[in-house]
Design a protein around this ligand. Structure first.
Ligand code: CP
Ligand code: NVA
Length: 303
C-alpha cells in the first residue's frame, strides 16, 4: 500500500520514532561526510503554488544527497494552470517519478493528489497543515530538551497551518501544548476539540498564561502566504502576541524560542529575541534536511 504524508496523523508514533532514529543517523553520517545513496534512481517531483526557500532547498538537497534527484515545478508553468485535472496530473506524474511533494493553497489539493497518485505524496505546506515542518520541529525539540512527553510547548500567535500541525503532533507524541491566539484566530475547531480530549491541550487568548511554564515557545508569522488581505487588521490585533523580552520574563529561565521561518522581525518576534535564539532557530531549519531525508527513504523504500 502506498503511504502518503499529507498530515502528521497519517503516520503512527512508532513510525515517526523510526523516522527520527534514521534522521539522527543521517545527520551524523553527513557530519562525517559519509555518502548514503539509498535513493539512487529515485526522482521527486516538487510542485509549488507559492514561495519557498527551506522546503524547496532541503527537499532538493536531500534527494540529491541520497543519490536521487528532484524536479521543481511551479503550477503556473504546468497544464494544471490551463485546466488539466489534478487526478490526471497525479496519474501522469506517477508514471514518471517516485514521489510528489506539493506546496499549495488548499489542503483539498493535497488530499486529491494523494487519492489519485500511485506514488507517495508529501504535503510541503497547505492552508491547513505544515507537517514536514512540525515533524522536524519535534526532532529538534528532543535534540535540545529531551523526551517531548515531559515537555510543555506554547505556541503564541496565529492559529494557522503550523499551529494545526502542532496540535496533530501533540496528539501523536502525547505532549502538553498550549496555543495562545486572539479570539477569531484560533486553529481548526475540529482539531482543537479532538486535542482537548487528550487532557494535554489548552487554548487561550492570554499569551502570558500560555508561556508561564513552557519549555518551548514557538511562533510563526501573523500573516501567512495567501492571507495578505487581512494583514493590517491582524497586525493591530496581534500586538500582544509578539514574542519579546517582556513576554519571556513571564516564562521559565531555560525556555527556548522556536520559529519555523521566514520571520518578520518586529511583528511576531523582536530582533533581540530572534538573535538570542538564532542558533536554535537555524538548527531547526537545518533539521528539515535530516528529517525529510529520513521521511523520503521511509516513504520511497521502506513503508
Ligand atoms: N519553514 C518553511 O517551510 O520555509 P519555506 O517557506 O522557506 O519553505
Ligand atoms: N504559516 C506560514 C508558514 C511559512 C513556512 C505560511 O503559511 O506562510
Amino acid at each position: 500500500m502506498i503511504r502518503h504524508f499529507t498530515k502528521l496523523l497519517d503516520i503512527k508514533e512508532n513510525e515517526a520514532r523510526s523516522i527520527f532514529r534514521r534522521a539522527k543517523e543521517l545527520k551524523e553520517l553527513r557530519k562525517r561526510e559519509v555518502c548514503v545513496k539509498t535513493l539512487q534512481n529515485k526522482i521527486l517531483a516538487m510542485i509549488f503554488e507559492k514561495a519557498s526557500t527551506r522546503t524547496r532547498v532541503s527537499f532538493e538537497v536531500g534527494m540529491k544527497e541520497l543519490g536521487g534527484d528532484a524536479i521543481v515545478m511551479n503550477t503556473q508553468d504546468m497544464q494544471l494552470s490551463r485546466g488539466e485535472l489534478l487526478k490526471d496530473t497525479a496519474r501522469v506524474l506517477s508514471r514518471y517519478v517516485h514521489g510528489i511533494m506539493i506546496r499549495t493553497f488548499s489542503q483539498t489539493v493535497v488530499d486529491e493528489l494523494a487519492e489519485w497518485s500511485l506514488v507517495p505524496v508529501i504535503n510541503g505546506l497547505s492552508d491547513k497543515y505544515h507537517p514536514c515542518q512540525v515533524l522536524s520541529d519535534i526532532f529538534t525539540i528532543e535534540e535540545i530538551k529531551g523526551d517531548i512527553e515531559n515537555l510543555h510547548v506554547a505556541y503564541v500567535g496565529d492559529g494557522n497551518n503550523v499551529a494545526n500541525s502542532l496540535i496533530e503532533a501533540s496528539i501523536l507524541f502525547h505532549f502538553r501544548l498550549t496555543i495562545a491566539s486572539p479570539q477569531g484566530f484560533f486553529p481548526d475547531v475540529d482539531l482543537t476539540e479532538r486535542a482537548k480530549k487528550t487532557g494535554l491541550f489548552q487554548i487561550t487568548t492570554d499569551p502570558e498564561k500560555a508561556v508561564m511554564d513552557a519549555d518551548v515557545i514557538y511562533t510563526d508569522v501573523w500573516v501567512s502566504m495567501g492571507q495578505e488581505k487581512d494583514a493590517s487588521r491582524k497586525k493591530r490585533l496581534f500586538e500582544p502576541y509578539r514574542v519579546d523580552d517582556s513576554l519571556l520574563k513571564k516564562a521559565k529561565k531555560d525556555t527556548v524560542v522556536l520559529h519555523c521561518l521566514p520571520a518578520k522581525r518586529g511583528e511576531e518576534i523582536t530582533d533581540e529575541v530572534f538573535e538570542r535564539f538564532q542558533d536554535v532557530i537555524f538548527t531547526q531549519a537545518e533539521n528539515r534536511l535530516h528529517v525529510q531525508k529520513s521521511l523520503l527513504e521511509w516513504l520511497m523504500i521502506k513503508a
